[in-house]
Design a protein around this ligand. Sequence first.
Ligand SMILES: [Zn+2]
Length: 177
Amino acid sequence: MLATTHLIASLLLIQLMSLDRNDAFVALLFGVFIDVDHFFGLKDYVAANGASGLFHLEDLMHPEGQWKSLLHSPMAAVVVGQVSVASRLAIPVLFWGAHLVMDYVQESFLGVFSIAEMAFCASLLSILVWIRYSGFARDRPEGSFVDYLRSEVEFFRKTVGRRSSCRPPRVRAVLRW
Ligand SMILES: [Zn+2]
């Protein structure tokens, strides 16, 4: 599926499971970012079809023409399973599994870039916004929908900002010592 659909589905699952920031990061890694392997597959696609193949949208979007590699194969279950056992968390397996199920549903039923997929993506987004807006309205009954959107932007800035400003305090301590 499109990365946007994977992102919205993962955010919805994160919301439903009330995951904290660190768990949410792992969830997004396995639920969305495994599509990074498309870029590696893309290299093989170009090698087989030439760079001009990139302009044949129909070939590119055909299920067999998609450039899915290792992380989308059943073999990856071994790796993802080990990560889950090592971290004592079911999150990697759960989100990776959800990603693969979504890809399967898209290829078997919805079609790539289809109206059905867009509708599916829009429904997931509506559910996510509805859940989050209900929470906001409960806390701030006087707040408008625009206030809600502002609060989401602020939440996003705080979440991403804090993560990127994370410094490894121990390194400083070790250096001083
Ligand atoms: Zn995928």
